[in-house]
Design a protein around this ligand. Structure first.
Ligand code: CO8
Length: 253
């Protein structure tokens, strides 16, 4: 399928890559891009040959947020309709396979909110994360206030949401918002290597692990532990578990 705002690649066996591609607007997320993102994710979810996905942008920008030209002057009702039509937000939040987000340059507003919905976030040195919506008289509306507060803690989240305070890659690493800071020249290769490792692992275990960690962020310890046990038990009935445990005991691969 041909997309106007995305480039789709398969950089390694089992790995799909979605590159946001509106270079003249710093990859601002317009409705077309958000619908195409939904289609691309649905296509990868349905494709058994794809077992992990990378989402990335360009060297200069992951994404500069929602497209302000589309948002300017619209009513709350029109925004609601736009959000509901923007299937990419739903697709990323329900995507079952592991996602790696590689951010170089800016991840602003909705761009940061999209990155926060990926499973593993990698930042290039110099990458800048911010929620500058307050400068436009609004707030982050794609999960930014909730996810950023859970990750960086209340005080910094307040500064970011109420005052547009940016967070650079090193600080994002210290705060646990990203798991690695990488030289810009190497980030894509490292993202591909990580995605390939994930693609090569036992898929049921990877998906169950993803669902459990997401649950941990969104529920009580008590409920999370029940969810974990319910996810753990069925894995013993998979071929992967039988094969991998036997291989371990036989000292074979
Ligand atoms: N939307 C539309 N166009 C944009 C955006 C954007 N977010 N960002 C940049 N552009 C366009 C500019 O209008 C400009 O276009 P043109 O060349 O036609 O004039 C072009 O990109 C280059 O931009 P600049 O000339 O401003 O380039 P600079 O290098 O000086 O600055 C910045 C780059 C820092 C990225 C600057 O453009 C900027 O601050 N952009 C806005 C960032 C922002 O405020 N983002 C938040 C948007 S609001 C949001 O994301 C809410 C999400 C809610 C989602 C809800 C859904 C559920």
């Amino acid at each position: 399928m041909k997309y106007d705002t995305l480039l789709i690649e398969k950089p390694a066996e089992g790995v799909g890559l979605i590159r946001l591609n509106r270079p003249r607007q710093y990859n601002a997320l317009n409705s077309t891009l958000l619908i195409e993102l939904g289609k691309a994710l649905e296509t990868f979810d349905a494709d058994d040959a794809i077992r992990s996905v990378i989402i990335t942008g360009s060297d200069k920008a992951f994404a500069a947020g929602a497209d302000i030209a589309e948002m300017a002057g619209i009513s709350g009702q029109e925004m609601l309709e736009m959000v509901e039509a923007s299937t990419g937000w739903r697709a990323i939040s329900t995507f079952s396979k592991p996602t790696v987000c590689a951010v170089s340059g800016m991840a602003l507003g909705g761009g940061f909110e999209l990155a926060l919905q990926c499973d593993i976030l990698l930042a290039a040195t110099g990458a800048k994360f911010a929620l500058p919506e307050v400068n436009l008289g609004v707030i982050p509306g794609a999960g930014g206030t909730q996810r950023v507060a859970r990750i960086v803690g209340k005080s910094l989240a307040m500064e970011m949401v109420m005052n547009g305070r940016p967070m650079l890659a090193e600080e994002a690493l210290q705060r646990g918002a990203v798991s690695r800071v990488i030289d810009p020249a190497d980030i894509e290769a490292e993202a591909i290597q990580l995605a390939k490792e994930l693609a090569d692992r036992a898929p049921h275990a990877v998906r169950a692990g993803k669902a459990c960690v997401n649950k941990a962020i969104n529920t009580t310890l008590e409920e999370g532990l029940v969810f974990e046990r319910d996810s753990f038990i069925p894995l013993f009935d998979t071929e992967d578990a039988k094969t991998l445990m036997t291989a371990f005991l036989n000292k074979s691969k």
